[in-house]
Design a binder for this molecule. Structure first.
Ligand code: ASP
Ligand code: MG
Length: 417
């Protein structure tokens, strides 16, 4: 017997038929003798609708009331799934974040989980063989007693945090894809599903644009060493052998991955903007004069390149920011022109960041150099580069994204993983 958390995303609970299908997945695990807590998202599109209603009611709405509204999507699906489970003879009870409770910080709309008391749920596993159906995405702030939400995509994080609190053996994330791929299969049809990915690699993949899991959920998995299994909710429940190994990707610690490739996956994101601040006097403090105000404005700067200006006497600073922050970044820099003392502001918003990720890079030299050569052969110009222990990223013109991703996918042997 084991203890499992099963998390179902919005498309998996999009209507009553799909909720019934989810109930059959849960029944399969219960029948196999497992203790089960289920975490559900809102029906797909629901949260967007609720967010839009808040904006419509007032563009400048109170974040506490936003949370009261958007948390309702998960309340509905948790109740419906409990009903569907009871209808097929499975003991089940729904739980809202405040009922457990899942205690969070008071940062409404992007609260952090602080503490989860799993004792009542565990007691009911033992005493009543009861399945807990938990509303994802939401919690409560203990000081104010108000409902909070964890930020978009937050039910992945709920699931992993609950799995850790319940000391589950595994957290299964059922979603509309059957695992984590070497890259986006819509861009590279030869992309392969990975059997195992380390927490570190998954963290990089998710941060660099792979959209399977919320980044925070992977961080939590790593901190608690909670294996996360990403699998499809569209597989027919009756076709799955609960004792076999279903298709999917296990995200686990590096030690559990025997055979590791140098490169595990390639992520990309077109939501980038490049800014060049040109002809700045090259003296101590210039970087601080630019990046200080950006940090104060809560704008995340990613790639940074400093180079000598064309005139040979001054310096240019080139960096990237999320496309959604570009207008604010531009405003922040231009309004500080006098203090920074630069001559020209250039920008480019049609850029993409392509990132190559793999733990094997720790022990292999020259992995990035191969990419630079392969991209050059395709006449793809690299605007900026960053590297870290298990990742490197290049910034290129957005028009070349697909070509670059395909080229690198082949280069690192991922076409035949
Ligand atoms: N329903 C929330 C959202 O759409 C949380 C989630 O699905 O993970 O962001
Ligand atoms: Mg999601």
């Amino acid at each position: 017997m084991g203890r499992l958390v099963m998390k179902f995303g919005g498309t998996s609970v999009a209507n009553i038929d799909r909720i019934r299908n989810v109930a059959l997945h849960v029944k399969r695990e219960v029948d196999a003798g497992h203790q089960v807590a289920v975490v559900v998202s809102a029906m797909s599109g629901k949260t967007n609708e609720l967010v839009a209603w808040c904006r419509d009611a007032s563009a400048m709405h109170d974040a506490r009331e936003y949370d009261a509204v958007v948390a309702s999507g998960e309340q509905v699906t948790s109740g419906l799934l409990a009903i569907a489970l009871q209808a097929i003879g499975i003991q089940a009870r729904s739980w809202q974040g405040w009922q457990i409770p899942i205690k969070t910080s008071d940062v409404h709309a992007s609260a952090r989980i602080l503490e989860i008391d799993g004792s009542e749920i565990i007691k009911r596993f033992d005493d009543r063989k009861e399945v807990a159906v938990i509303a994802g995405f939401q919690g409560i702030n203990a000081e104010t007693g108000r409902i909070t939400t964890l930020g978009r995509g937050g039910s992945d994080t709920s699931a992993v945090a609950i799995a850790a609190a319940l000391k589950a053996d595994r957290c299964d994330i059922y979603t509309d894809v059957d695992g984590v791929y070497t890259t986006d299969p819509r861009v590279v049809p030869k992309a392969k599903r990975l059997d195992k990915v380390s927490f570190e690699e998954m963290l990089e993949l998710a941060s660099q644009g792979a959209k399977v899991l919320q980044v925070r959920s992977v961080e939590l998995g790593m901190v608690h060493n909670m294996p996360i299994f990403v699998r499809s909710s569209f597989d027919k429940p009756e076709d799955i052998d609960p004792h076999g190994t279903p298709p999917g990707t296990l995200i686990c610690s590096e030690e559990e991955i025997m055979e590791s490739h140098v490169v595990t996956g390639i992520a990309f994101s077109k939501d980038e903007a490049q800014i060049s601040v040109r002809r700045i006097e090259d003296k101590p403090g210039v970087a601080a004069s630019i990046f200080g105000p950006l940090a104060a404005a809560n704008i995340n700067v990613d790639m940074i390149v400093q180079s000598v200006s064309e005139d040979g006497a001054t310096t240019d600073l080139t960096f990237t920011v999320p496309a959604s922050d570009f207008a604010r970044a531009k405003q922040t820099i231009t309004s500080a022109q006098a203090t920074i003392g630069y001559a020209r502001f250039d920008s480019e918003t049609d850029v993409a960041k392509v990132s190559v990720i793999g733990s094997g890079m720790r022990s292999h030299a020259g992995v990035a150099a191969q990419a630079f050569e392969a991209l050059a052969a395709r006449k793809i110009n690299i605007r900026a580069i960053t590297t870290s222990e298990i990742k490197f990223s290049v910034l290129i013109d957005a028009a070349y994204t697909e070509l670059a991703v395909r080229t690198l996918h082949t280069l690192y042997g991922l076409d035949q993983v």
